[in-house]
Design a protein around this ligand. Structure first.
Ligand SMILES: Cc1ncc(COP(=O)(O)O)c(C=O)c1O
Length: 459
């Protein structure tokens, strides 16, 4: 196929226009089956768009079966079922409904960068783990000793938490661990303080055991502890290093005050240190459990720093709870994969974990900077950016007098998926809508395109 040139309009996404033009050329038979399409580069040059734009259009056509990629040879048109060609000729094109709008950019939080995942290394170590004799049995109920030892070393080096591997319990997820933990706490305690806004997953786990919830308001400036003394609960669940979702960190004064409170009340602090590895402006802040671990239950996981699907989490129990926990769950089998545990233990031991974290910190820092600069460029004073110092997502407070629902809906019309934050709030609602934008698995080009489309959708 030679010189397919068409004019692109300004008011709709270019990727979509290219995709639709080719789709209709193919459906009408204007480009016959097995014809070679222009290369990504040729098409980008002739239409004066980025290669990413043409690549995305081609990828959509590949996904829908209109064309196929044949490696270095390029992209070729597929044979269409006759019925489809007939239909396309016979009926005028109907208006695109919402469900047919292709998703161009998904600012999904809770995913990790796929391109930089150390697949080869993980595969090599996992293959080796499969040859070990112990891989063919159930494993230790509280987690493999080798992984608990590696976690203990990591916690001391990176989070300042000095713990015995015996105090570490390995589980499959934060919620699963909180449910088990709740089982041993509920005899002595019947209510828990949670952050507002805060992580719904933790709230649901506490409600599973019918704990009453009291709320600690958290703002962009930090948590408000002024009412803490008047609360009746003796347990508090917090995300001190990177508040979920606002992203603020607790100051050392607040950390010390909280520890003092737990000691005085003879209660416990549940410290969820879920993504502390990714702090971009300074070194990660030391964990609460590094100040005084007597009354701190420390929770960590590999979901943000490595892979959410690995389902590998851990908690460090203070001595006061450890025996009770072990007695209660002695006859419960481990909830997480033995193979993943053995592989992760070796991965850490061989230094791959530290290399991975170091590399990912740079990768995510670049993406965060890209998202922040694009938002500032396109939205200027219409938005406030929250939480740019750390984490794998940003919050954007929108000063445009639209509701959260409208903003999400409107973005979807332009092929962009963005996420609500209202689900995190209990009663401490924000005066203006706040949208959550995850960037971890997007390239900078995709981030740029996504923000440009959001500008078209919202401004
Ligand atoms: C505050 C918080 N803690 C922990 C997690 C991780 O949960 P899991 O262990 O199920 O991956 C998340 C996930 O988004 C979270 O937001």
């Amino acid at each position: 196929m030679k010189n397919t040139i068409f004019v692109l309009e300004e008011n709709s996404p270019k990727y979509k226009q290219i995709y639709e033009q080719f789709k209709s050329f193919i459906e009408r038979g204007d480009i016959p089956p097995n014809d070679l399409l222009p290369s990504i580069r040729q098409l980008a040059d002739s239409l004066q768009v980025s290669r990413n734009t043409t690549l995305m259009a081609y990828e959509q056509l590949v996904a829908e079966g209109y064309i196929r990629g044949e490696g270095r040879k390029g992209y070729f048109v597929n044979e269409l079922e006759p019925i489809l060609s007939q239909d396309a000729l016979a009926f005028p094109k109907k208006e695109q409904t919402k469900s047919e709008i292709p998703l161009l950019i998904d600012f999904r939080p809770g995913v990790v960068d796929q391109t930089n995942f150390p697949l080869k290394i993980w595969r090599r170590i996992a293959n080796r783990a499969l040859t070990l004799q112990e891989s063919f049995q159930y494993g230790e109920p509280f987690g493999e000793r080798c992984l608990r030892e590696q976690i203990a070393t990591y916690l001391l080096q990176s989070r300042g938490v000095n713990t015995d591997p015996n105090a570490i319990i390995i589980g499959s997820s934060t919620q699963q661990m909180l449910i088990y933990l709740g089982q041993i706490l509920k005899d002595d305690f019947n209510s828990i303080i949670v952050e507002d806004p805060g992580y719904g997953g933790a709230r649901e786990s506490f409600q599973f055991h019918r704990f009453t919830l009291e709320t600690l308001p958290v703002y962009e400036t930090g948590a408000d502890f002024s009412k803490l003394e008047q609360m009746t609960s003796k347990i508090i669940y917090v995300t001190p290093s990177h508040h979920c979702p606002i992203g603020v960190s607790m100051s050392i004064q607040q950390r010390q005050m909280l520890i003092h409170w737990a000691n005085k009340k003879q209660g416990f602090i549940i410290e969820d240190d879920y993504d502390s590895e990714f702090r971009y402006t300074q070194q990660p802040f030391p964990a609460l459990a590094s100040i005084d671990s007597t009354r701190v239950i420390y929770l960590g996981n590999f979901s943000k720093s490595f892979l959410p699907g690995i389902r590998l989490s851990y908690m460090v129990l203070p001595q006061l709870l450890l025996n009770r926990y072990k007695q209660q769950f002695l006859h419960f089998e481990s909830t997480t994969s033995l193979l993943s545990q053995l592989t992760m233990a070796k991965f850490i031991e061989e230094g791959e974990w530290n290399r991975h974290i170091k590399r990912m910190r740079l990768v995510y820092k670049r993406k965060m900077q890209c998202l922040v600069s694009e938002l500032k460029k396109h939205f200027n004073k219409n938005v406030s950016i929250i939480g740019e110092q750390s984490g794998l997502y940003l919050l954007v407070k929108i000063h445009l007098n639209y509701s959260e629902e409208w903003l999400i809906e409107r973005a979807s019309v332009y092929g962009v998926k963005v996420y609500p934050t209202s689900i995190y709030f209990i009663k401490n609602y924000s005066d203006e809508p706040i949208i959550k934008l995850g960037f971890s698995n997007l390239t900078c080009e995709e981030i740029q395109l996504g923000v440009k489309l959001l500008k078209k959708a919202w401004l």
